[in-house]
Design a protein around this ligand. Sequence first.
Ligand code: GN1
Ligand code: MG
Length: 359
Amino acid sequence: MNDIIAQFALKNEVGEPQPLKIGFINDSFVLKSKVKGGISYFLQRINHHIFENVDGLQQNIKLITDHIRTKLMKNGCQPSEIDRRVLQLVPTKDGKLYFKTSNGDYWRMYVLIENATSHDQVDEHSAYLAGRAFGDFQCQLADFPTEKLCETIPNFHNLEFRLQQLDDAVKQDVAGRVKQCESILSEIEKRKEDLCLAQRLFREGKLPKRINHCDTKVNNMLFDENGVPLCIVDLDTVMPGFVLSDYGDFMRTAANKAAEDEADLSKIQVDLSVFEAYTKGYLEKATFLTDTEKRMLPYGCRLMIYMQTVRFLTDFLNGDTYYKIQYPEHNRVRTQAQFRLLQEHERLADVLQNIVNKY
Ligand code: GN1
Ligand code: MG
């Protein structure tokens, strides 16, 4: 690994790489400075099976982080503070944004943000702070020209595309599992028209695409020693999409009293206090939203939960090739759990809409 590290333009000597157990996609290592008060680094091997266009991916991250950096500077943020508020890529000695090894692995380097932590769980207060932080992130990028960014995973949050993938999986039925999924398939069919509304509004010019994070989990934010959010990380999926994606995906993962793959469906309930706190924080910061976008936020939750139901079911029918599973029926259980959460959102539609209207 020393050969890899030697490719990057580091400002000081660093110690042995220490592996970090975060994320399911990339491999991460910390390189501590050997010099007191020096810079420590964060090294990652990029999963190029998922992110096929590493060049485009790294270019996106560079453009986004430079844009946020300039914004922070204009707002009078001190340079030492800026380094904690936005990620900073470290180029290779020949000025590239990543290094490709002879065996085809891709590596990138960031400056490590010191004394920062992340959380896997939310409570009401951290949901509120997360809402503000993700709202701020979208706000910082609201004036960035979307056409400059590539889709790091093409059609990632495009429901029509995801439904097409499900159709293909049903037709091929490679794992012979379609028969046992007939009832959930018909539930999905019933909701197709309604939930493709966002795509239709986009085509009619009534719903804009903006830059989204596309993985708005609370553990993708760093907090300082006092529990104040510092910066948004895991920028791999930042790409143009509907704001409904980021709002909806946070609610899908955080405003659920049970896990995403809970087998006991009676435990799956919307956490209304998390829902309200995130909404309040988000709407305080996301001042650029149109009336249509604001009104559609609860719909955004249903959209993302439905899309995840479709994606888990597709993978189950394809014989579990995309998501890692812990037991043979895992993707079917995940599908049922997401579908139950969707039904909860449908049942509470008026309540959730009233919370959004309140803010
Ligand atoms: C994947 O691996 P993770 O948790 O960051 C997936 C998301 C899904 C999520 C479902 C690149 O995210 O889109 O919503 O699983 N990421 C990718 O748990 O497919
Ligand atoms: Mg991720």
